[in-house]
Design a protein around this ligand. Structure first.
Ligand code: FES
Ligand SMILES: [Fe+2]
Length: 349
């Protein structure tokens, strides 16, 4: 049965895509509580190696320590905010700040602070580097900045639907970043519905069965079924067309098909600009040529989505438009996303 709110409801108002105040609320309240993809779990192979990340505007560092344990720490020194590490990835001898040489243990505790002996009420133990949770699922590493929903609840049914034997064989292959001049939510909105398939993606719509296309919403994610029309096409090459397309709140997409995992992370760059990061993992049997072919096709679709999203962003400034209605059969996942945003906004404002 269809949700009454979906039948009666209105989309997020245009202010949500245009206002500084809304973006500020997201920066302070939404993003720090969000689970997100950090990257590939096999990125650090040797003990005493690190990799730096920009995670929702936070400078973080992932280390594989001398005991071979992975930890995620803040890369912002507790003295006057200097960087502990400056390169993107390298080996390390110690965790020493590059500014005035305070040094930290691999656990994040402050070990030495030169010439601070006379400072009053100064205890090394008060100045640890913040540490963040690390969760691994298949080849992916996830984290978040503040307490909130557990990782298990956030991932929900996905953990049992994707075969572990597929996940364990995936290897990291490629990255592409795309800049789109629209609010990050608009890009997510567009991903969440197949309603635009025929108008925006003529070539893709020849491959997919629009009538059978549907979305199912769960607690923190939704899943789309996009069955292919014929047995053999760009996606399947004659193999079984089993595919999993997930969106996880608020900005991560996991697309699994034919031995490939493609992730999309939609990051805000400004109110009306976002960066969409595509990363590809694949099982060894997927040749470089085959992957190139799929990336080429995905770029064609991405370009079509970029163009329509940029039009909508511009049109949201119209004096005569504020919000719209949902197609009950085609936009249930979009409605689910908006409901999550609205309910969190109500709880934490
Ligand atoms: S900022 Fe790190 S030691 Fe001064
Ligand atoms: Fe699209």
């Amino acid at each position: 049965m269809l949700d009454q709110k979906l039948l009666e409801g209105w989309t997020l108002p245009s202010e949500a895509y245009l206002s500084e105040a809304f973006a500020q609320w997201e920066f302070e309240e939404l993003w720090p509580r969000a689970w997100s993809l950090l990257g590939d779990s096999s990125v650090l192979k040797e003990p005493r190696s690190y990799r730096c990340y920009d995670f929702f505007g936070e400078s973080l560092v992932l280390i594989r320590d001398s005991q071979n344990e992975m930890r995620l720490l803040s890369n912002v020194c507790r003295h006057r905010a200097g960087p502990i590490f400056k390169k993107q990835q390298a080996r390390y001898k110690s965790l020493t700040c590059q500014y005035h040489a305070w040094s930290y243990k691999e656990s994040g505790e402050l070990l030495r602070a030169p010439e601070m002996g006379q400072a009053k009420n100064f205890k090394l133990s008060d100045y640890c580097l913040p540490r963040f949770p690390l969760e691994r699922w298949g080849p992916l590493l996830f984290s978040r900045l503040r307490e909130g929903t557990s990782f298990k609840d956030w991932l929900g049914e996905i953990s049992s639907e994707v075969p572990p034997e597929l996940l364990s064989r995936l290897e990291y292959r490629e990255r592409r970043d795309y800049s789109v001049r629209c609010n990050w939510k608009l890009y997510v909105d567009n991903y969440l519905e197949g309603y635009h398939l025929r108008s925006v993606h003529p070539r893709l719509s020849r491959e997919l069965d629009y009538e059978a296309y549907r979305s199912e919403t769960r607690a923190w994610h939704s899943r789309q079924w996009a069955p292919t029309r014929q047995e053999s096409n760009i996606y399947t090459e004659g193999q079984s067309p089993e595919a999993h397309y997930y969106w996880l709140f608020p900005h991560l997409m996991l697309n699994l098909y034919q031995g490939i995992l493609q992730t999309n992370v939609v990051e805000p760059v400004g109110i009306d600009e976002c960066r969409v990061r595509f990363d590809w993992w694949a099982i060894p049997e997927v040749s470089a040529k085959r992957l190139e072919e799929l990336i080429g096709f995905s770029e064609e679709i991405q370009e079509e989505d970029r163009e329509i999203c940029e039009w909508v962003q511009k049109n949201l400034r119209s004096r005569f438009y504020r919000q719209g209605r949902y197609s009950p059969t085609r936009e249930n996942a979009l409605h689910h996303f908006h409901q999550l945003i609205e309910s969190i906004k109500k709880q934490i404002s």
